[in-house]
Design a protein around this ligand. Structure first.
Ligand SMILES: Nc1nc2c(c(=O)[nH]1)N[C@H]1C(S)=C(S)[C@@H](COP(=O)(O)O)O[C@H]1N2
Ligand SMILES: [Mo]
Length: 525
C-alpha cells in the first residue's frame, strides 16, 4: 500500500470517528437537556420545543396531510423525522469537524441557538425564562463541549519530531478520544435515565386521586336498540381507549391540579376563577355527545361518542354576567391553544355545552384534556372542544382569531350531516346472498331522520335505523342487501331532523368540513 493511500484511509477513518463524535455529542446534549427539563416543572425540553414549533409553523394543508396519512401517528412521524434529520446533520458536522473544527462547532452552536429560542418561547411551557434557560445552557455546554473534546483528540497533537505537520499527519490521540467519547456517552445515558425517571406527568397522580361526584342530572339510560347488532359496526359508545385524539400537543400537556384554575373573564360583569374542587362542588350534569373533527374525511375515523360529566357553560357565563355586544367565547388551554365558539351555542339550553371533567365515568384522560375541557354539541372540535382548558374569555368574533382560523379554517363550523359505511370493508370479498351493510350517521343538534343506501347508482333504499338516543349523538343503521355475484359499489346518505339530505358534492375538509357520500366497492362471489 502506498503512503498516500494509507493517509486517505486514515483520513476517512477519522472522518467516520468524527461523525460518531457528532452524533454522541448531540445525544449527550439532548439527553442531559431533556433530563434537566424533566427535573424542572413547566419547562419543555429541546426536542419537544422544536417539534412544537414545527407543528405551529406547518401550513394548514401540511397538517391535513399529516392527519390524513399518519392519523394519530402524525406525532411519532414528526418526532422521528426530526430525529433522522438531527442524526444526519450531526454526523456530517462531526465528520467535517475533524478537518475544520470551527465549522463543526459552528453547526452545533446554530442548532443550540435554534433549540434555545424554541425552548424559551415554547407555548406549552409555564415556567419563567430563567428556568427555561437551564436546559438550553446544559444543551450548549454538553454538546459543544463534548464535540470539542472529541474533535481535539481526533485531530491529535502535533508529533514533537514534525513541527508544522498538517492535521492528517498528526497522530490521533486514541486514549484521549476514548476518554472523551466515554464521558460523553455517560452523559447521554444519564440524561436518558433522568428523562425516563422524571419525564412522567405530575397530573397522572392527581387524576388517580380524583373521586367523581354523582351527577345532579344524570343522562337518561341509553335506549335499548341503539345498536343494530351487526358485527363490525362502530360501537354506540366509544371507549376512552378507542376515542380518537386530535391536537397540536406533541407531549400531553401536564396540568397538575394545585396550580390549575379556570378563569371566566372578558366582557363580563364579574370575573370568575374556579378551582377543580369548585367545579366538583357544583351541580354536575351528564350528557351523551358525539364529538367530530373537521379533519374527518368522507368515511374517516375522527369522531366518537361519549358520556360527559360537567358544568353547563351557560351557568358559568350567567354567573359572570355577559355584557351586551359579545358574540363569542375565546377559550384557551394550558398549552396556549385557542378556539372561538359562538356565544349563542354556549348559552343554548337545549344543546348544553359543558366544561367537562369526566368522560365515560372516569376523570378526563390526560390525552383528552385533564383536568377540564370544553364540549359543545354540534360544532367541530377546533371551534368548540378545547382540552386542558384554562380560560373562557367573553368577546367578539371581530376582535380575535384562533389557532385554526389563523390557518385558513372558518370561524363558524357547525358539524355537517354525514354518514359512514363500517361494514363491509372497502374491497371486501363477500358471499352472494344476504349481506348486512351497516354504519353510523350523525347530524349533531338536528338528529338523524333517515339513512338511505344505493347499489351501483340504482335507486336509494331506506336503511333500518338504530334507536335514536338524543339529537347530539350519532345513530347506527343497517341495510340488508341481497348481494349478487360481481363487483358492486355501495353508497350511503343521511337526512337530518331539519329535512336536509346530505349532499353528494365532494368538498375537502378545509375550510369548514368535508362533504360527499361515502362509498365502498365489494366483490361478491
Ligand atoms: N388544547 C387543545 N385542545 C383541543 C385541540 C388542540 O389541538 N389543543 N384540538 C381540538 C380538535 S381539532 C378536536 S377535533 C378535539 C378532539 O378531541 P379529542 O382528542 O379528545 O378527541 O379537541 C380539540 N381541542
Ligand atoms: Mo379537530
Amino acid at each position: 500500500m502506498s503512503e498516500p493511500e494509507t493517509q486517505d484511509a486514515r483520513t476517512s477513518g477519522r472522518r467516520l470517528l468524527g461523525g460518531v463524535a457528532g452524533v454522541l455529542a448531540a445525544l449527550a446534549g439532548l439527553g442531559l437537556a431533556e433530563g434537566a427539563a424533566a427535573l424542572l416543572s413547566g419547562v419543555t425540553g429541546p426536542f419537544l420545543a422544536v417539534g412544537n414549533r414545527m407543528v405551529d409553523a406547518a401550513p394548514g394543508q401540511l397538517k391535513d396531510f399529516a392527519v390524513e396519512h399518519f392519523g394519530t401517528n402524525d406525532k411519532p412521524v414528526l418526532l422521528g423525522g426530526i430525529a433522522a434529520a438531527l442524526l444526519l446533520i450531526t454526523l456530517v458536522a462531526g465528520a467535517v469537524g475533524v478537518r475544520r473544527p470551527r465549522v463543526g462547532l459552528g453547526v452545533f452552536a446554530v442548532m443550540s441557538v435554534v433549540a434555545t429560542v424554541a425552548m424559551v418561547t415554547d407555548r406549552s411551557a409555564t415556567a419563567g425564562t430563567g428556568a427555561r434557560l437551564v436546559p438550553a445552557v446544559v444543551l450548549a455546554v454538553a454538546s459543544l463541549g463534548g464535540l470539542h473534546l472529541m474533535l481535539a483528540a481526533l485531530r491529535g497533537v502535533p508529533a514533537a519530531s514534525t513541527p508544522g505537520s498538517t492535521p492528517a499527519e498528526r497522530s490521533l490521540d486514541r486514549r484521549r478520544f476514548l476518554l472523551a467519547a466515554g464521558a460523553v456517552t455517560v452523559g447521554a445515558v444519564v440524561g436518558g435515565a433522568l428523562t425516563r425517571a422524571y419525564g412522567g406527568l405530575a397530573a397522572a397522580a392527581d387524576r388517580a386521586g380524583v373521586r367523581l361526584p354523582r351527577p345532579s342530572t344524570p343522562a337518561p339510560p341509553v335506549p335499548e336498540g341503539v345498536e343494530v347488532g351487526v358485527k363490525g359496526v362502530t360501537p354506540y359508545l366509544t371507549s376512552n381507549a378507542d376515542f380518537y385524539r386530535v391536537d397540536t400537543a406533541l407531549k400531553v400537556p401536564d396540568v397538575p391540579l394545585d396550580t390549575w384554575t379556570l378563569r371566566v373573564h372578558g366582557m363580563v360583569d364579574k370575573e370568575l376563577e374556579l378551582t377543580y374542587d369548585d367545579l366538583l362542588a357544583r351541580d354536575l350534569v351528564e350528557r351523551r355527545i358525539t364529538l367530530t373533527c373537521v379533519s374527518n374525511e368522507v368515511g374517516g375515523p375522527y369522531l366518537g361518542n361519549a358520556t360527559w360529566l360537567g358544568v353547563p357553560v351557560r351557568e358559568l357565563l350567567a354567573e359572570a354576567g355577559v355584557k351586551d355586544g359579545a358574540d363569542a367565547v375565546r377559550s384557551r388551554s394550558a398549552d396556549d391553544w385557542t378556539a372561538g365558539t359562538p356565544l349563542d351555542r354556549l348559552m343554548d339550553d337545549q344543546d348544553e355545552a359543558l366544561v367537562a371533567i369526566a368522560m365515560n365515568g372516569e376523570p378526563l384522560p390526560l390525552k383528552h384534556g385533564f383536568p377540564a375541557r370544553l364540549v359543545t354539541p354540534g360544532l367541530y372540535g377546533y371551534v368548540s372542544a378545547t382540552k386542558w382548558l384554562t380560560e373562557l374569555e367573553v368577546t367578539r368574533f371581530s376582535d380575535f382569531t384562533a389557532y385554526w382560523t389563523n390557518k385558513g379554517y372558518d370561524a363558524q363550523a357547525p358539524i355537517k350531516t354525514s354518514s359512514r359505511i363500517d361494514v363491509p370493508d372497502s374491497f371486501a370479498r363477500v358471499k352472494a346472498g344476504r349481506v348486512p351493510v351497516a354504519g353510523v350517521a350523525w347530524s349533531q343538534t338536528r338528529g338523524i331522520e333517515k339513512v338511505e343506501v344505493r347499489i351501483d347508482g340504482g335507486p336509494w333504499q331506506a336503511a333500518r335505523l338504530g334507536e335514536a338516543d338524543n339529537k347530539n349523538t350519532w345513530r347506527q343503521w343497517v341495510f340488508p342487501w341481497d348481494a349478487e355475484p360481481g363487483n358492486h359499489r355501495i353508497e350511503v346518505r343521511a337526512e337530518d331532523g331539519s329535512g336536509y339530505t346530505q349532499t353528494g358534492a365532494r368538498a375537502p375538509i378545509a375550510p369548514d368540513g368535508s362533504t360527499g357520500w361515502h362509498s365502498v366497492t365489494v366483490f361478491v362471489a
